[in-house]
Ligand binder design. Structure first.
Ligand code: CP
Length: 337
C-alpha cells in the first residue's frame, strides 16, 4: 500500500510488507512514546478526532500520538454535542471537518459509516471503529503486542496458537484481528464463545481459506490449553437489540488466576483490547491476575501510541523528517516500562 494520503478503513488494506513497514516505523518511534525524545515534525497540523461513540483508549491515544508528533487535536466526543443531532448528514460533516483538519480519525456506531464519511472527506480518514464491523488500528496494535510478547518468549507469529474468547459475533477487535492473522503461516485459533455469539461465517470462511487451523469451544477451560496467547473480550452489550439478551451471556466465560494456573502452559500471555467489564456478574478478566507477569493488557494499551504515531507519520509522509526536529526531553521523569 502507498500509505501517503491514504484512508485507513479496513485491515484488508494491509499486506505482510505494509505491516513490516508500519512496525519498523513504530519501533523507531518508541523513544518518543517513552518520552525520551521529542519531535515537532507535525507542528501546525490539526487532527480532527471525531468520536461519535464512547472511547477511552482509542480517542486519547490517537490524540496523544498526534500531540507527540507536534500536532494539535480538535475533537468531538459524542453525537449529541455535534450538529448530527440537527439532522446534518455525515457527508456534509465530512466536507466541513476536512476543511478544518489535515487528517481525521472517526468512530461511529454504524457499520460502514466511516467509509461513507471518507468518500466526502478531503483529507485522509482513519477508522477508529465502525459498529461491529472493524477496528483496524486495534488489530495493528494487537499484532504488534503479540509479536513483542512472543519474541520475549523466543517465539514468532508464524506458528502462533491463540484463543479468542467471548463475544466473537459483535466484537470488532476480534473481527479485524482474525483477518490480519490470515496473513501468517501455521496459525491455530481456538474460538471460545457461547453458541449464539460465534464468529460470523464470513470470518470463519476467510480463516479456513487462508489455511488457519480453527477449533471451536464453548468452555474456556478446554480452549485455553496449549495456546501462546489468550485474547479475552467483553460481551458487547451496546450491540444487542434486546439488552436483556446480552445479560444472559455476562459472566459465562471468565478467566481468573485459578483457571489460568490449572489449564495454561507457563508464560501464556493474556491480552484484552479493553475496556474489560469489571462489574459484578461480568468480570470476564478477573483482577486477581493483576500481578501475573503474563498479563499484557496495559503493555497492549501502551502500544496504541506508537502504532498510531507510525500511522500518522506514514499517512502524512513525514517519516524521513522525524529525526530532523528531534531532541532530548527537557524533563527528567521519562516513562518506565
Ligand atoms: N480498545 C478500545 O477500542 O477501547 P476504547 O473503546 O476505550 O477506545
Amino acid at each position: 500500500m502507498d500509505f501517503s494520503g491514504s484512508h485507513i478503513l479496513s485491515i484488508d488494506q494491509f499486506d505482510h510488507s505494509d505491516i513490516d513497514t508500519l512496525f519498523s516505523v513504530a519501533e523507531s518511534l518508541e523513544p518518543y512514546s517513552l518520552r525520551k525524545k521529542v519531535t515537532r515534525v507535525l507542528e501546525g497540523a490539526i487532527l480532527g478526532n471525531m468520536f461519535f461513540e464512547p472511547s477511552t483508549r482509542t480517542r486519547i491515544s490517537f490524540g496523544a500520538a498526534f500531540n507527540l508528533l507536534g500536532g494539535a487535536v480538535r475533537e468531538t466526543t459524542e453525537v449529541k454535542s455535534s450538529s448530527l443531532t440537527k439532522g446534518e448528514s455525515l457527508m456534509d460533516t465530512a466536507q466541513v471537518l476536512s476543511g478544518y483538519s489535515d487528517i481525521i480519525v472517526m468512530r461511529h456506531p454504524e457499520e460502514g459509516s466511516v467509509e461513507s464519511f471518507s468518500q466526502a472527506s478531503r483529507v485522509p480518514v482513519i477508522n477508529g471503529g465502525d459498529g461491529s464491523n472493524e477496528h483496524p488500528t486495534q488489530a495493528l496494535l494487537d499484532l504488534y503486542t503479540i509479536k513483542k510478547e512472543l519474541e520475549a518468549n523466543h517465539k514468532t507469529i508464524q506458528g502462533l496458537r491463540i484463543a479468542l474468547v467471548g463475544d466473537l459475533k459483535f466484537g470488532r477487535a476480534v473481527h479485524s484481528l482474525s483477518k490480519v492473522l490470515c496473513l501468517y503461516k501455521d496459525v491455530t485459533i481456538n474460538l471460545i464463545s457461547p453458541r449464539k455469539l460465534r464468529l460470523p461465517d464470513s470470518y470463519l470462511r476467510l480463516l479456513t481459506e487462508s489455511g488457519v487451523n480453527i477449533n471451536e469451544f464453548e468452555n474456556i477451560e478446554e480452549g485455553i490449553i496449549e495456546v501462546d496467547i489468550i485474547y479475552m473480550t467483553r460481551i458487547q452489550e451496546e450491540r444487542f437489540k434486546n439488552k436483556s439478551d446480552a445479560k444472559k451471556y455476562r459472566g459465562l466465560l471468565r478467566l481468573n488466576e485459578k483457571i489460568y494456573t490449572a489449564n495454561c502452559e507457563p508464560n501464556t500471555v493474556i491480552m484484552h483490547p479493553l475496556p474489560r467489564d469489571s462489574r459484578q456478574g461480568a468480570n470476564e478478566l478477573d483482577s486477581d491476575l493483576y500481578k501475573n507477569p503474563n498479563l499484557a493488557i496495559f503493555r497492549q494499551a501502551d502500544n496504541g501510541i506508537v502504532i498510531r504515531m507510525a500511522l500518522f507519520a506514514l499517512v502524512l509522509g513525514v517519516v524521513e523528517q522525524i529525526g530532523k526536529t528531534s531532541r532530548e526531553v527537557n524533563w527528567h521523569t521519562s516513562k518506565r516500562h
